[in-house]
Design a protein around this ligand. Sequence first.
Ligand code: ADE
Length: 230
Amino acid sequence: MLGIIGAMDEEVLKIKEHMEQVTVETYAGMEFHRGMLNGKELVVVRSGIGKVNAGICSQILVDKFGVEGIVNTGVAGSLKNEINIGDIVLSSDAVQHDMDATGFGDPHGQIPRMDTFSFKASEKLIELAKECCERVNPDIQVFVGRVLSGDQFISDKEKKQWLVDTFGGYCTEMEGAAIAQAAYLNKVPYLVIRAISDKADGSAGMDYAAFEAKAIEHSVKLLMEMVARL
Ligand code: ADE
């Protein structure tokens, strides 16, 4: 069974609308919706925002539901000029950009005493998502690259540039790398799928809500196709 974590209500709602035989269980104040979608059993949950919510949510998916994989969908800020609003980024790997133990001599992003710098996503899920995205969202671009996560909404040009220079990320958001870490510790495959809602430089302004809605449409479409082909 696959676990799907959505950062926001709107997105989880769209997926839930298409599910059948749904039962709901609540843990840590999070509603886990288990049911069938396109003939496949899955569990969908809104984790809430930020790394701690996302980490807790992932662990519950493993412990209570025994999921065989975790997919995180949501929106993100683009870190590359060629990645436009509405485009999709699939995680090659994920790093927590706000982890800073440089005082110990670790590079930015390195979690001290962990045996990896970044958490690699499942090749199988990347390939499947890429194929599905090209099929159902032919009008947008899909990229595979590093996802940067931190408990910060990035809307500042200088901070954005620092992220690009330090980590070489493709997009930035607030949950993916926490889910990736939980998946790594539990030896469960994962994938982050993010639709670009803004350029992470404060330029979106009043259009943000409209961009976000369009971005969510793309990621939900992709997810539905993916589940059908699992
Ligand atoms: N989610 C969507 N856009 C974001 C940004 N610019 N920073 C962090 N999380 C985001």
